[in-house]
Design a protein around this ligand. Structure first.
Ligand SMILES: Cc1cc2nc3c(=O)[nH]c(=O)nc-3n(C[C@H](O)[C@H](O)[C@H](O)COP(=O)(O)OP(=O)(O)OC[C@H]3O[C@@H](n4cnc5c(N)ncnc54)[C@H](O)[C@@H]3O)c2cc1C
Length: 317
């Protein structure tokens, strides 16, 4: 086992200050000491993404655009380097749930959080919100299938231990719902994991809730609950137009919700968060927050009290 770990170290490029993207990420690449996951140790194979490596764009899908920018779904596959002497079966792609990867284009670095990855096929997908005038957004807007891009990772510190069962609150803002999907799947795919999940998703309105199909699939499991918070939901009825948003009981909103979908026309504040406390359910409480830095800060603050979470069990993606 030791020689396998030594081999891994040798294959890793040492990190330098210039490897930091400078965005002040909660989990900075410079503080990252990726330990091989149990999956990698069991497979006894090298994780291809430990140093910058090339991935080929297999597909890109535009999810429409709005006043806040355009959304792209990008699907990448490891581009095997024929010169490195390694057979494709010698390596895997391990991006554990809750971890992100760094994209490097020249000296431009930006982190992205995969919402799906395949360990054996060495593929992953990201959802990208293009920022007007953003340098990496300009680059990603132009990428086309077959283009090669370089990624390194995995970066993060969240590790889920299914024993003992936990109460896991996952709170996501807008497109940042993407990296929360693997966290949910990790629990639901393990029949022996008795942890309970509360998936609380904050978006402007129903149109800005991504991955609704996936959430509906999750809702078939006994240990998954979700709630959408949509403060700007507005239908075209005269009452809702006048109020500036739908009423909680708006029939049009109810018609637009699918089976087992719950939505509130309000922000997720401390009082609302406390309604998900469920004090009778035993288990250590864990809070995971995905969103921009001000959202993370506010939710972490109110979560400590409203959900009775020990600050040591709060993770920012
Ligand atoms: C840990 C981590 C994971 C991330 N994962 C993803 C991901 O999966 N998908 C994704 O699209 N982006 C993600 N981001 C943001 C991403 O790294 C880039 O910042 C983004 O793509 C814009 O890059 P840019 O170079 O085009 O513009 P930048 O120069 O980075 O930004 C242009 C402008 O947009 C603002 N801005 C940047 N990002 C956001 C944002 N998320 N919300 C609101 N304003 C913003 C900046 O403050 C700036 O004013 C992540 C960021 C972090 C820290």
């Amino acid at each position: 086992m030791l020689s396998f770990l030594e081999d891994l170290k040798e294959n890793e490029e040492p990190l330098q200050d210039s490897d930091c993207c400078g965005n002040g990420c909660t989990n900075c690449i410079l503080d990252n000491k990726p330990r091989p996951s149990n999956r990698v140790l069991l497979a006894g194979k090298r994780n291809v993404i430990l140093s910058y490596t090339k991935f080929r764009l297999l597909g890109r899908e535009e999810l429409g655009s709005g006043p806040n920018g355009q959304l792209l779904l990008l699907h990448f596959a490891h581009a095997a380097d024929e010169e490195d002497g390694e057979r494709p079966g010698d390596t895997v792609l391990d991006i554990p749930p809750g971890h992100h990867v760094m994209l490097r284009v020249g000296c431009l670095l930006r982190p992205y959080s995969p919402y799906w990855s395949d360990f054996v096929a060495k593929e992953f997908r990201i959802l990208v919100k293009l920022q007007p005038e953003g340098p990496m957004s300009r680059h990603l807007q132009a990428v086309q299938p077959d283009d090669l891009l370089e990624f390194r990772g995995p970066i993060g510190q969240y590790v889920h231990d299914p024993q003992p069962a936990k109460c896991i609150y996952i709170i996501a803002q807008g497109v940042a719902i993407a990296p929360t999907l693997p966290l949910v799947r990790q629990v639901l795919d393990n029949e022996e994991d008795m942890s309970r999940l509360w998936h609380l998703v904050c978006a402007r309105d129903l149109q800005h809730v991504y991955f609704r199909e996936e959430m509906l699939e999750f809702a078939q499991f006994w240990n998954y609950r979700s709630c959408l918070y949509l403060p700007h939901q507005q239908c075209d009825s005269s009452a809702c137009q006048e109020a500036g948003h739908c009423a909680q009981q708006c029939p049009q909103l109810r018609d637009n919700l699918r089976y087992k979908e719950t939505a509130k026309v309000s922000r997720l504040d401390a009082a609302e968060l406390a309604t998900h406390l469920n004090p009778a359910i035993p288990g250590q409480r864990v809070l995971i927050v995905a969103g921009d830095s001000s959202f993370q800060k506010i939710i972490a603050q109110i979560g400590t009290q409203s959900l009775d979470v020990d600050p040591a069990n709060i993770y920012m993606l």
